[in-house]
Design a protein around this ligand. Structure first.
Ligand SMILES: [Ca+2]
Ligand SMILES: [Ca+2]
Length: 668
């Protein structure tokens, strides 16, 4: 259930951009007559000549899908538009090139086209050309998404088919500097913020967030109490959005800036005691990753077994249907989308290369990794493509790689089996499912059985809690989930997640109650950060995505210094953790039970004990906690300092907590 939503969202976003079926309208195959001239542009008839190169020189079955933009002037007449099942055939094959002369109805309009054989596309991209600006001839080479204006340039590209990965840095990466720039123990008690760089802060007015923008907000994050950032993927990607389709694992996404910008971010973060944890996608790459372009180019390519192919269609049924995608040579396994082919993680060379990539970033001072979709790593069959035992060996290699550096952090996304991956293989795994428990606990006024079980679990300390993240399968923004309830519910939920975790995670904007932007699916969760009450807080230009609908009333500027605000609540909770390490890494003993209108727990470290009391009800409650420490005076450390309470001879303290209030007391 969980990842299905994610897969569908990715499909919706990716397919419409990149799959032919979204573009082509009706109409019949053009099928114009012969003609063998290699250049056109005559005054008699306006045409575009498309030249296509396959290295196997086998053009049987290959044809063109042609369509116009959905708005604006049409480039081709309706009779020239094709349907997916009736491609326009090439006119001739000459000198190793297939050629088609397409009659145009307008020179200055974009023609969309795609070269395919049945459902197999090569290159695997929609292509788009404007006759007036590009010229009358366009050359296309298999597995090369570039349009070439001359045959010479195309011949050069054709010579690189099957060895495009030579453009990548594939060098082995030895262990470099292993010391940490952060305080000892940082990785056991980080207070993390998940950040989508594209939506955080734009520094150059292009409407997209970038690394310089994020660096400019480090003071805000430090002031908030954040000590760790989980950055959603920052590597060069094909999706132009979330970054989970990685085109180059050792390059910074060009929209985000340069490697120098990244190094400066790491330096500036470390100077503020903030660690940088990168999202790492090991299950799949982008289809435009040169490694995949090589693998798909020929059944005998040396990268072929870096991905997962089968000569015939195994036709499995997974989240979004059949994950086996037709290619020019056999079927390719891409669980999430056709732009995201799965790596073959049974191939030790692939895993070794991923470890080199991890060291590449660790050597630059990165403080750890968040691993995406680990349950999908290995596939063994139609009923065994998820949560397979071989996955753990891969993750243990990653963990050992990371642990050869000091003070690093590793956390995994394993939504359906977090407990299976915590400890032995991942180290830490997000406590998926508990975000719903926390919300229900807050809104119902009674602790859920799931939350009680979590606090009683021996794995609690390695299962970080979160209220929200970037995926809609985890729920909407909390302000939406808790809609109709007072902010008191929000504050309770935040207190449970932050005080009940050793390494709590928040999602950018959560600390200010940022809302949905009214878009659908994941995009609704990924709005530009609400810095001020106008879009100017995010960008001086036009934001690439709609801002949150509650921007005017919920933004960082409006809440800063306002004691009752959500922002100051988060700041206060982080501050009390920071000042009291036992709230970060002490043991946790739950004293209340499922169904109780309160959450009460002890945290202990060495000789110190703290008691956390959360009143879930909307009336004042007199609450007790059995500390095991008879006649000991406890000092209040949250929400204010000063008041004391003393346990009786049997170790019980009694406190009156206001409606939806949170109190923390501690031994001296
Ligand atoms: Ca920018
Ligand atoms: Ca996989």
């Amino acid at each position: 259930m969980t990842n299905m939503h994610r897969a569908l969202a990715l499909l919706a976003a990716a397919l419409c951009l990149l799959v032919a079926a979204c573009g082509g309208g009706g109409g019949s195959s053009g099928g114009s007559g012969g003609g063998s001239g290699s250049s056109s542009s005559s005054s008699a008839a306006l045409t575009l000549t498309i030249h296509y190169k396959r290295l196997d020189n086998d053009y049987s079955g290959w044809g063109l899908h042609l369509w116009n933009d959905t708005t604006g002037t049409a480039a081709i007449a309706s009779g020239t538009v094709t349907t997916w099942t009736s491609p326009r055939a090439f006119d001739s094959v000459t000198g190793g090139w297939a050629t088609a002369i397409i009659p145009l109805s307008n020179s200055n309009a974009h023609l969309n086209f795609l070269i395919h054989k049945g459902d197999a596309k090569s290159p695997m991209l929609d292509l788009r050309v404007n006759h007036a600006t590009f010229g009358s001839d366009v050359w296309v080479v298999q597995e090369t998404g570039t349009l070439y204006a001359t045959q010479a340039a195309a011949d050069t590209a054709a010579a690189k088919v099957g060895r495009q990965a030579e453009s990548l840095d594939m060098a082995a990466v030895p262990v470099g500097t292993t010391t940490s720039a952060l305080p000892a123990g940082w990785s056991q008690r980080g207070q993390f913020m998940e950040i989508f760089v594209r939506s955080y802060k734009d520094s150059d007015g292009d409407g997209r967030g970038d690394l310089k923008g994020l660096t400019s907000k480090l003071d805000y994050l430090q002031s908030l109490g954040v000590t760790g950032l989980w950055l959603m993927p920052v590597f060069e990607s094909q999706d132009n959005d979330h970054g989970y389709a990685v085109a180059d694992y050792r390059a910074i996404e060009r929209d985000y800036g340069t490697m120098a910008d990244f190094d400066e971010l790491v330096t500036q973060a470390h100077a503020r005691g903030i660690g940088i944890v990168l999202d790492y996608v090991m299950n799949h790459s982008a289809a435009q990753n040169p490694l995949f372009l090589d693998a798909v180019s020929s059944p005998t390519n040396s990268r072929r077994d870096w991905y997962v192919f089968n000569a015939t269609d195994p036709n499995w049924s997974t989240w979004g249907g059949n994950p086996w995608r037709p290619t020019a040579y056999g079927y390719n396994y891409g669980l999430f989308a056709d732009i995201m082919p799965d790596f073959n993680l049974k191939n030790p060379a692939v895993v070794a290369w991923h470890m080199d990539n991890l060291r590449f970033w660790l050597n630059r001072g990165v403080d750890g990794f968040r691993f995406d979709a680990v349950e999908t790593f290995v596939e063994n069959g139609s009923a065994n493509w998820y949560n397979q035992p071989e996955t753990h060996a891969v993750l243990i290699q990653a963990r050992n790689t990371i642990n050869s550096y000091a003070n690093r952090y590793m956390v995994c996304e394993a939504p359906d089996h977090p407990g299976d991956y915590a400890g032995a293989s991942c180290g830490h795994v997000f406590a998926f499912g508990r975000q719903s428990d926390i919300r229900t606990t807050a809104t119902s006024g009674a602790m859920t059985a799931g939350l009680a079980a979590h606090f009683a679990s021996p794995q609690r300390s390695v299962l970080p809690l979160f209220l929200s993240n970037h995926d809609s399968f985890a729920g909407s923004r909390p302000i939406v989930e808790l809609s109709g309830h007072a902010e008191g519910d929000y504050r309770i939920a935040a207190a449970i997640a932050i005080l009940g975790s050793d390494t709590p995670f928040a999602y950018y904007g959560e600390e200010i109650g940022m809302g949905s932007n009214g878009e659908s699916g994941d995009a609704s969760l990924r709005a530009p950060m609400s810095w001020t009450n106008t879009v100017a807080g995010f960008t001086s230009g036009t934001p690439y995505r709609t801002v949150a609908s509650n921007l005017a009333s919920y933004n960082a500027a409006a809440q800063t210094g306002v004691s009752v605000s959500l922002l100051e609540t988060y700041r206060g909770l982080y501050a009390v953790r920071t000042a009291n390490p036992l709230l970060q890494s002490g043991t946790l003993t739950l004293l209340s039970a499922a169904g109780d209108p309160r959450v009460v727990f002890l945290r202990r470290q060495a000789a110190q004990t703290a008691v956390v009391l959360i009143n879930l009800s909307t009336t004042s409650q007199t609450m007790t906690a059995d500390t095991g420490l008879s006649v000991t005076t406890f000092a209040t450390i949250y929400p204010t300092t000063g008041a004391t309470v003393t346990s009786n001879a049997s170790g019980r303290i009694t406190m009156t907590i206001p409606a939806q209030g949170v109190a923390i007391v501690r031994t001296p």
